[in-house]
Design a binder for this molecule. Structure first.
Ligand code: FMN
Length: 255
C-alpha cells in the first residue's frame, strides 16, 4: 500500500474541484492507500514566495532565492509551513494536484505551494550539483504525479487544432518543467471540460472516470518525456541531431 498526497486549490467545499478531491480520496482509501490532503485555501497557505521565507539569510544585501533556498533547506531554517509540506511530499509515493484551470495554469496559491515547497537541494539542485540531476532524476525521483484539472472551455478548444492549444501542451510548464524536472514520473492529465455546463449525469460520469484513474494510479504509463541523462541530450542541454530531426517545439521532448 502506498502514500498519496492530494493537493487542492479551491476555496469552496461545494465546488467541483472539492468534490473531485473527495472522490479521489475515497477511491484511494478504498484501495488501501494512506491519503494525506493539503487543502491550500483551508490552511490559508501563504502563496507568495518572499523574504519572510528566509529568516536566517546567507546574504542580507541581496535576496537570491536559489542561494537562500538551499541555505535555508540545508540549515533547517525554513518556515514551519514549508517544512510540514515538504515532509508530506517526501512521504508520498504519488501526488495528485486538483485545481481549476485559471489562465491556462494553476491558481496562484498552488503555484506558490510549489515555489515555496520545492526547495533547492530537495526538488532542484539535487545533491548541490546544479542541473546535474534533472528531467527524470533528482530529489523527487520514484514519485508519481498527476494533474486533475477542471476546465471551463469545451474539449474542442483543446484539441490538436483547437483555438486554445492542446491541454497537455499548455500544462507543459507544470508537468515537464516542474514535476518531471524534479524527477517525478508524470501521468497524463485528467481533465473535466466544459464544467459549467455539466449536468448531474455528466458529473457522475466525470467522477467515475477519476475513480478509474485513481485505481490505476500506480499502474498507468507515465508521459514519455526524454530524460536528461539517458543519452538523448548529449551535452545535457540540446537534443541530439538525429532524434526528431528537423522538428522543434515542445513535442520533441516526448519519446
Ligand atoms: C481566473 C480564472 C481564469 C480562468 N481561466 C480559464 C482558462 O484559461 N481556460 C478555461 O477553459 N477556463 C478558465 N476558467 C474557467 C475555470 O476553469 C472554471 O471556472 C473552473 O474549472 C470551474 O471549477 P469549479 O466549479 O470547481 O470552480 C477560468 C476561471 C477563472 C475564475
Amino acid at each position: 500500500m502506498k502514500n498519496v498526497l492530494l493537493v487542492l486549490a479551491h476555496p469552496d467545499s461545494q465546488s467541483l474541484n472539492a468534490q473531485l478531491l473527495s472522490v479521489a480520496q475515497e477511491e484511494l482509501q478504498a484501495q488501501g492507500h494512506t491519503v494525506v490532503v493539503s487543502d491550500l485555501y483551508a490552511k490559508n497557505w501563504k502563496a507568495v514566495y518572499d523574504e519572510r521565507d528566509f529568516p536566517n539569510r546567507l546574504d542580507e544585501t541581496r535576496l537570491s532565492f536559489v542561494a537562500e533556498s538551499g541555505h535555508a533547506y540545508r540549515n533547517h531554517t525554513q518556515p514551519s509551513d514549508i517544512v510540514e509540506e515538504q515532509a508530506k511530499l517526501m512521504a508520498a509515493d504519488a501526488v495528485v494536484f486538483q485545481f481549476p484551470l485559471w489562465w491556462f495554469g494553476m491558481p496562484a496559491i498552488m503555484k506558490g505551494w510549489i515555489e515555496r515547497v520545492f526547495a533547492y537541494g530537495l526538488a532542484y539542485g539535487y545533491r548541490d550539483e546544479g542541473n546535474r540531476f534533472r528531467y527524470g532524476e533528482g530529489g523527487l525521483q520514484g514519485k508519481r504525479a498527476v494533474l486533475s484539472v477542471t476546465v471551463g472551455g469545451p474539449e474542442s478548444d483543446y484539441t490538436p487544432r483547437g483555438i486554445n492549444g492542446q491541454l497537455e501542451e499548455l500544462l507543459f510548464p507544470i508537468t515537464h518543467g516542474t514535476l518531471f524536472f524534479s524527477g517525478m514520473e508524470v501521468l497524463p492529465t485528467f481533465a473535466a471540460y466544459d464544467v459549467h455546463r455539466l449536468d448531474v449525469h455528466d458529473i457522475e460520469h466525470t467522477k467515475a472516470a477519476l475513480r478509474a484513474r485513481m485505481r490505476s494510479l500506480f499502474d498507468d504509463a507515465a508521459i514519455a518525456y526524454r530524460t536528461q541523462n539517458g543519452g538523448e541530450y548529449p551535452d545535457r542541454h540540446i537534443l541530439a541531431d538525429e532524434i526528431a530531426r528537423g522538428c522543434t517545439g515542445l513535442g520533441v521532448h516526448l519519446r
